[in-house]
Design a protein around this ligand. Structure first.
Ligand SMILES: C[S@@+](CC[C@H](N)C(=O)[O-])C[C@H]1O[C@@H](n2cnc3c(N)ncnc32)[C@H](O)[C@@H]1O
Length: 279
């Protein structure tokens, strides 16, 4: 630790220098050895990226919620920093994966973390207040696209390329990855986020991690749509951190006819629940 923690700091346990570093508008995504245990999930976070966010937006002992928790990365990151994690996911098999990851780190279910199975839309109604939300929803139906990317593990167990495009989360109709149209996906996302708004303490933060993607081969500014949904729920937009993933393979999607972007970053879109409600 460099420097000292300002006694007026009610947000986190960081010194001024540590805090300032995390206000940069881009971060380099960082791997660690425990990430490889999430390989069976199609789209896990990296633990260190989420630890940075939780370290920035909470103090020790606070409660962190991930309503689309998948392989439990948020719970591991929260427990590593002595926060309590609450995860929700539709899919029982991801809970089993998360439990085995958390067990390996000696974290205890229903003490250090809670993992609830069900539609976030229902489960969120049963929760007490939380201090921070960090999550990444399914990217509409892109896992069902017939992409041709690599998806093998290298000798260290890390992915070496993008998905093959045959593995998706579930066949459950409430799964946001199964919504027929992009606008249906957005309205289901917004419904869940308005429940997130209700469970978040006032003056606290929520981070949505997502990249832009294509729908029917058309590039969509997903960030704009996510911000619109969150504003409608009552959140304030407080800034986007670009999470650089400079190790992905490049695909010649449009070459040599047209410009088509290669997405090499995620947007960490940050929001705050205002101290006084506007809606
Ligand atoms: C992008 S993944 C999240 C991965 C997670 N961040 C991790 O580190 O493993 C999205 C997750 O949302 C879950 N999901 C989709 N619709 C849901 C819903 N309505 N309620 C709860 N979970 C849902 C999927 O099962 C999937 O695991």
């Amino acid at each position: 630790m460099y420097g000292k923690i300002d006694r007026r700091n009610k947000l986190n346990d960081l010194t001024g220098k540590e805090w300032l570093k995390l206000t940069k508008s881009f971060w380099l995504s960082e791997k660690c050895v425990d990430d490889k245990d999430a390989f069976k999930h199609p789209a896990p976070f990296l633990i260190k990226d989420i630890m940075k966010l939780i370290g920035l937006f909470t103090k020790k002992g606070m409660v962190v919620l991930d309503p689309f928790c998948g392989s439990g990365t948020t719970l591991i990151a929260a427990n590593n920093l002595q926060r309590v994690g609450i995860g929700v996911d539709l899919n029982q098999k991801y809970k089993q994966l998360a439990k085995s990851r958390l067990r390996k780190k000696h974290f205890i279910e229903n003490k250090d973390y809670y993992y609830k199975i069900g539609d976030a839309n229902d489960v969120l109604e049963t929760l007490e207040k939380v201090d921070y939300i960090v999550t990444s929803p399914p990217y509409h139906n892109i896992l069902k696209n017939k992409g041709g990317g690599l998806r093998t593990a290298n000798s260290k167990g890390f992915r070496t390329g993008s998905r093959i495009g045959i593995e998706y989360y579930s066949d459950n109709s409430n799964d946001l990855g199964n919504k027929k149209s992009y606008s249906e996906f957005l309205s289901s996302f917004q419904e869940i986020m308005s429940k997130c708004f209700s469970v978040l303490n006032q003056g606290k933060y929520a981070s949505i991690i997502i990249s832009d993607f294509t729908v029917s081969k058309e590039e969509i500014c997903v960030q704009k749509d996510i911000v619109d949904c969150m504003l409608k729920c009552g959140f304030d937009f407080v800034g986007t951190t670009v999470l650089l993933q400079d190790n992905k393979p490049l695909y010649p999607f449009g070459y040599p006819y047209a410009y088509k972007i290669n997405h090499m970053h995620q947007n960490i879109i940050n929001f705050m629940k205002p101290k006084k409600s506007k809606i």
